[in-house]
Design a protein around this ligand. Structure first.
Ligand SMILES: [Zn+2]
Length: 373
């Protein structure tokens, strides 16, 4: 008797031939009760395909197969922190041409050692626009699965779906859980939420340059997807999710730092005008002192120098003073604001100004430094 696994929830889950797929339980209340509206909206619209390791290795796009080993990049990050500390209070940018941080980072992943070390943990889940795979390719993916484990309905769903979908590699989920001695349900939920995070942030128009193909884009995207997953959990479970993230490569570890600082939403001119007016009205020693810090931060930002210190100053100010006047609503957490910003950036990436690109690169560097330290 073949039965659908999804009776009781309006979500399509199909096993394409993974023996461990039978252990993935989509009927558990806690899986759904941790979701907010945005995540639930994606969950009801995206099919989930359960696959075995051979199938996942075929499906995982070759251009995504990269990973930064935290141990290897730590010296590079340390150098960067020292260099930034030296430059922090310089008014002008350093004269000599400095080697680009991301070029150096890319060189350190070129030998694929990071990928070799982390591939099993990275290829545990995948969010992908399935329309990019042709029929022949899909047939060979099915060929790698155990046919006795799948229904005709599952085959049809996989062969005919022409939109994004989520893939979960059940054997790798179970392995990861047993390595840590925890429930595979918790690992499945974390991985599923993470992939739904990618779905929430999928705003890239067809044909636009994909920032994910560059290491800075991968760092922002993976850290934010982990931030989306992490905020679903509380207490003991949240702690285990943090332990799981410790097994992931460097790109994934900036989830905690992702919610601290704002990046690109600041309208510098608006802020400057507004702040000058404010200073004019509330003239006091304290305000003049704060005002000096803000003017300095705005100057830096306007020259295209997003820096953690600069963003920290402005974020503090915004949080305390400007909240009602800006686009941030006080009940919104900065990490959800950040996700909104990243979605907006990707939607308009082809037209984004160079300083916005630079701000995201600098933010990615900040995530990497905070995540790996
Ligand atoms: Zn991811």
């Amino acid at each position: 008797m073949r039965k659908r696994k999804t009776v009781g929830v309006p979500v399509q889950v199909y096993n394409l031939g993974s023996p461990a797929g039978a252990q993935m339980d989509f009927e558990r209340d806690e899986l759904w009760s941790r979701m907010d509206a945005e995540m639930g909206k994606k969950a009801v619209s995206l099919p989930v395909f359960l696959v075995n390791p051979d199938q996942m290795d075929m499906l995982y796009p070759p251009e995504y197969r990269r990973a930064l080993d935290p141990e290897r990049i730590r010296p590079l990050l340390q150098e960067e922190v020292e260099r930034e500390a030296r430059n922090r209070y310089r008014e002008r940018e350093p004269e000599e041409e400095e080697p680009d941080f991301f070029d150096r980072l890319q060189r350190s992943e070129a030998d694929a050692r990071g990928w070799t070390k982390y591939s099993k943990v990275v290829t545990v889940g995948l969010y992908f626009r399935l329309q990019q795979y042709n029929q022949q390719f899909r047939d060979s993916v099915l060929g790698k699965g155990d046919p006795s484990l799948r229904t005709a309905e599952a085959e049809n769903a996989f062969l005919n779906h022409q939109a994004p979908a989520i893939f979960l590699c059940c054997e790798r989920i179970v392995d990861w859980a047993s390595r840590l001695g925890i429930s595979h349900h918790l690992v499945m939920d974390k991985v599923y939420y993470h992939e739904l995070g990618h779905a929430i942030m999928d705003t890239l128009p067809d044909g636009a340059p994909n920032p994910y193909l560059e290491s800075w884009g991968r760092i922002v995207e993976e850290s934010l997807a982990n931030a989306v997953a992490f905020r679903c959990f509380r207490g003991r479970e949240a702690l285990w999710v943090q332990r799981l993230i410790q097994d992931q490569p460097a790109e994934y570890r900036g989830y905690a730092a992702a919610g601290q600082l704002l990046v690109s939403m600041l309208d510098v001119k608006f802020l400057r005008d507004w702040f000058r007016e404010w200073l004019h009205e509330y003239d006091s020693y304290w305000w003049r002192r704060i005002g000096h810090r803000i003017e300095y931060a705005l100057d830096r930002l306007e020259r295209g120098a997003w820096h953690p210190e600069v963003a920290r100053t402005l974020t503090e100010v915004l949080r305390n003073l400007l909240m009602p006047l800006t686009q941030i609503r006080s009940h919104e957490r900065i990490d959800s604001q950040k996700i909104t910003e990243w979605r907006r950036f990707k939607r308009r990436i082809a037209r984004a100004e160079p300083w916005i690109h630079q701000a995201w690169k600098d933010f990615a560097k900040h995530l990497l430094i905070e995540g790996v330290s």
